[in-house]
Design a protein around this ligand. Structure first.
Ligand SMILES: NC(=O)c1ccc[n+]([C@@H]2O[C@H](COP(=O)([O-])OP(=O)(O)OC[C@H]3O[C@@H](n4cnc5c(N)ncnc54)[C@H](O)[C@@H]3O)[C@@H](O)[C@H]2O)c1
Length: 433
């Protein structure tokens, strides 16, 4: 049975699975969050996250029942901990700069309460330079402790993803940046209890750049695929066929175009990298962000064109949006591309939003019954590739919609099938004829 006493600060998509896996391996774990409601739910053994997260609710209930995990809003519980993990959200502000207010609040409270010898591990994604310029000074300030001598410091950014939280945590390799060898050795001995993947040791700044670059790489690749999709639409050819053929060439891996990029991470991590590397005046990364942010508006354009072709006034249209979360099989709506699309159609006669995992988005109630969502609609906009949508047939659309028209943001249907069924159809990277 491991002896270390641990605290996890920030009990969200990252902090909860981490707490649960550590508690399951026998560590004494205290979870700390600013939300009393969240702490209460966890203490009741109830998972406060939406979406399909295999095994997580059972493991959480088990850890709480065994007394290995308890949650609180009280940072004084950090005072007897050997290691404290920080998993708070790290958003950006409107001018794309890091908003470190939650991170600062968390590390300041930790600094005020931790004892000498504590290891502090930041798991949150942060701009390059944050460990040395923000986190370390805040920890040193509170009790006049010296980093290295009085406390140890590591940065082990997460690679989890909603829908695969436990799987990724257990199986993926991770990068572990440390202040010194002891920081890395102590953090490694804890992580190696819960993961099968390899730990790659490095320094703190390299770990910050690796994490933000991973997500930036993906964002830029998606932007590239989206730009190719927009080109294909103007040439009246299918971007998905182009992708298939491009990827038949060795060493090519074109990503999948789509209706936009959402979630807590991908829309902001590139800006964290840009902020940390601003001296290099990055150009490609901000442009990629702009391309991806433009995709929901392109969906609006495709929808408006289809309504105009059918001579339907937008204000008189009944519009159904399918998919509210930012990702398939998830209830996470943070920065969901569905939000800007919804806002464009709020003034139409009837706006219906359907999602199997979400109950409310941007002040609008979300329906979970697919049939009633489609009933009477003039146009259906598919924003998320939830597996449930793959079973929708042209016959279903024709049966329930007032007039079957589809805008496909996620390549759910084939142009041929839709045309054959006489359904007006367009979408990201789709042929018009
Ligand atoms: N969600 C993901 O899939 C994912 C993947 C990799 C990395 N990350 C990174 O991990 C970090 C956390 O992301 P998340 O998705 O878990 O966020 P989240 O919003 O789900 O959870 C954050 C939690 O921190 C709490 N919190 C905020 N300020 C606090 C404070 N001062 N003290 C204590 N608790 C506080 C919030 O109440 C919330 O419960 C972010 O930096 C994110 O970029 C997230």
């Amino acid at each position: 049975m491991p002896k270390e006493k641990l605290a996890i600060v920030g009990l969200g998509y990252v902090g909860i699975p981490l707490s649960v896996l550590l508690a399951d391996k026998g560590f004494d774990v205290v979870g700390i969050d600013v939300s009393a409601e969240r702490a209460m739910k966890i203490n009741e053994g109830v998972l406060p996250l939406k979406g399909d997260e295999p095994e997580l609710d059972e493991l959480l209930a088990k850890a709480v029942a065994k007394g290995k995990l308890r949650a609180s809003t009280d940072f004084s519980m950090c005072s007897d901990r050997d290691a404290i993990f920080v998993c708070v959200d790290t958003p950006i502000n409107e001018s794309h700069k890091p908003n470190n207010s939650r991170l600062m609040a968390a590390v300041t409270s930790i600094g005020e309460n931790m004892r000498k010898g504590t290891l502090v591990i930041i798991e949150s994604t942060i701009a390059p330079g944050t460990m040395m310029n923000v986190v370390a000074p805040a920890l040193e300030r509170s009790k006049k402790m010296k980093m290295g001598k009085d406390f140890k410091l590591a940065h082990c950014p997460e690679r989890v993803m909603p829908g695969r939280l436990l799987y990724n945590l257990r199986n993926y390799d991770r990068v572990l940046g440390g202040l010194d060898k002891q920081s890395i050795a102590r953090a490694s001995s804890i992580y190696s209890r819960i993961m099968k993947g390899k730990l790659h040791p490095t320094d703190l700044t390299t770990a910050e750049v690796v994490k933000t670059t991973e997500n930036t790489y993906r964002d830029v690749q998606i932007a590239f695929a989206n730009e190719v999709a927009l080109i294909c639409e103007t040439l009246d050819i299918d971007a998905f066929e182009v992708r298939r053929l491009v990827n038949s060439c060795p060493f090519r891996d074109m990503h999948v175009p789509g209706a936009g990029v959402g979630g807590h991470c991908l829309p902001k991590d590139p800006w964290l990298l840009v902020h940390g590397g601003k001296a290099a005046k990055p150009k490609l990364i901000p442009t990629a962000r702009e391309v991806n942010d433009g995709m929901p508006l392109h969906i609006v354009d495709l929808t408006m064109k289809m309504l105009a072709n059918a001579k339907i006034d937008k204000r008189k249209a009944c519009v159904t949006i399918l998919g509210a979360s930012f990702l398939q099989e998830s209830g996470d709506i943070r920065n969901s591309p569905t939000i800007p699309v919804m806002r464009s159609f709020k003034s139409c006669t009837k706006l219906t939003v359907h999602d199997p995992y979400v109950t409310e988005i941007d002040g609008v109630d979300v329906v979970s019954d697919l049939r009633s969502a489609l009933e009477g609609a003039d146009i259906a906009i598919f924003m998320v590739a939830h597996s449930q949508y793959a079973s929708i047939t042209p016959a279903t659309l024709k049966k329930f919609m007032r007039t079957p028209r589809v805008v496909d943001g996620r390549n759910i249907f084939s142009t041929e099938k839709m045309k054959k069924a006489g359904i007006a159809y367009s979408g990201i990277g789709k042929r018009l004829s």
